[in-house]
Design a protein around this ligand. Structure first.
Ligand SMILES: Cc1ncc(COP(=O)(O)O)c(C=O)c1O
Length: 399
């Protein structure tokens, strides 16, 4: 009886969610997800779905991972809240692991709760460190939907109704050094970019362009902020997406995989930036919550234990499988991405194929822009699951 009641409540919650998602993701009907196991989601009817979304890129270890689950359970039994003005061992352990995982020059971390908050923090720290206000972002970027992050997000559909947003923000075409060169001046606090624009269509930054962004920032005294919310923690086959290139960002924004799916975010930055951060400059009641930190420490230990390398291998297999199965089909314009962040750019709208994938083949994928099918599976995906995914994608697209 209780189960029936909770699934009715959950169904109305699904409808509520859809009313404000307004078509950003394809409607997933009346499906009620109740559990997860490895790379699979399970609905209230017991139907299993191979999840190539990792719940929007967060469940990097899949569902019900024993190390993550045990860490959350143990911490919940110990204490689930502890304000930031007390030292807490779980938080300290997590911070140590996080700073160890990031490149040597990034020594400071501010803990928050989401990707958009991490971007907001990055904007504040860059403004403080430079005494400037301008931000340069890119067309097709996605940085989140708080007022600060939305000011950097490109898609007019997300922005229009909320303008005016932050002043002094400009959007430059991605991969265009000449136009960036004109946009960055002595009022620019930061250039903020994704090395792979994920939600905007899985557009990979060109090495020359990304290195020019860094060069221009250095020459003009602007901070280089890299949004690693979606590309961090092995998603692209490296710890961080920027590590595919010769880059040393001043600030990185993290979330999604940071807590293995548990909500948390972080801004990680240099000692030099810390010099201008005064007491009270930034804060968060929930940031650094011990449950989130226990989840984060567990997730980091699993990434550390060979999962990043495994993600690189899995990404190669998935990419090669897709190229062989569908690369030459007329409907496919291009397959792009890195590691386990893959976009299949179609010559037609992606949403109908996402529906077929889910309804007929019981495989979950995401859109990225209107024509791109985006695959973001958990890093733990097995070879058999990859082969199944390739078969399902191939079967869902016209021959
Ligand atoms: C690159 C990037 N930045 C920021 C965000 C915002 O993260 P959140 O939804 O946790 O606020 C996202 C979310 O998809 C993202 O992909």
């Amino acid at each position: 009886m209780d189960t029936v009641k909770s699934s009715i409540d959950a169904k109305s919650a699904v409808r509520n969610t859809q009313s404000y998602e307004s078509g950003v993701v394809p409607r997933r009907g009346e499906t009620v997800m109740v559990a997860g196991e490895g790379c699979w989601m399970i609905d209230s009817e017991g139907q299993r779905y191979l999840d190539l979304t990792s719940s929007q890129g967060v469940a990097m270890l899949g569902y019900n991972h024993p190390v993550l689950t045990a860490a959350i359970q143990e911490q919940a039994a110990l204490m689930h809240a502890c304000p930031n003005f007390f030292h807490n061992d779980t938080r300290a352990d997590f911070l140590n692991k996080l700073i160890t995982a990031t490149p040597l020059h990034l020594t400071r971390a501010f803990l928050g709760n989401s990707g958009a908050e991490a971007i907001d923090g990055a904007i504040k720290f860059a403004r403080l460190a430079t005494g400037r206000t301008g931000i340069v972002a890119f067309r097709n970027s996605f940085h989140g939907r708080t007022v600060g992050a939305l000011s950097l997000t490109w898609n007019p559909r997300y922005r229009r109704k909320f303008e005016p947003l932050l002043p002094d923000v400009s959007h430059v075409p991605f991969n265009r050094i000449d136009l960036l060169d004109k946009a960055v001046g002595d009022g620019t606090a930061a250039v903020v970019l994704e090395v792979i624009q994920a939600e905007g269509g899985v557009h990979v930054g060109e090495g020359d362009f990304l290195e020019a962004v860094q060069q221009i920032c250095r020459e003009r005294g602007a901070k280089l902020v890299i949004d690693e919310v979606q590309t961090g923690f092995g998603r692209t086959g490296r710890w961080f997406g920027f590590q595919h290139f010769d880059l040393e960002p001043d600030i990185i924004a993290l979330a999604k995989g940071l807590g293995g799916g548990f909500p948390m975010g972080a801004v990680v930055y240099t000692d030099e930036i810390q010099e201008s951060v005064f007491s009270g400059a930034h804060g968060s009641t929930f940031g650094g919550n011990p449950l989130a930190c226990a989840a984060g420490a567990a997730a980091l230990s699993v990434y550390q234990d060979g999962l990043i390398e495994q993600a690189e291998r899995a990404g190669d297999r998935l990419r090669a499988g897709l190229e062989t199965a569908i690369g030459a089909r007329r409907v496919v314009r291009e397959i792009r991405g890195k590691g386990l962040l893959i976009g299949i750019d179609l010559r037609t709208k992606a949403v109908p194929f996402l529906k077929t994938l889910m309804e007929t083949h019981k495989v979950l994928a995401l859109p990225a822009g209107s024509t791109v099918l985006r695959l973001l599976p958990p890093l733990t995906i097995s070879d058999e699951e990859i082969d199944l995914a390739v078969e399902a994608v191939a079967a869902s697209l016209p021959a």
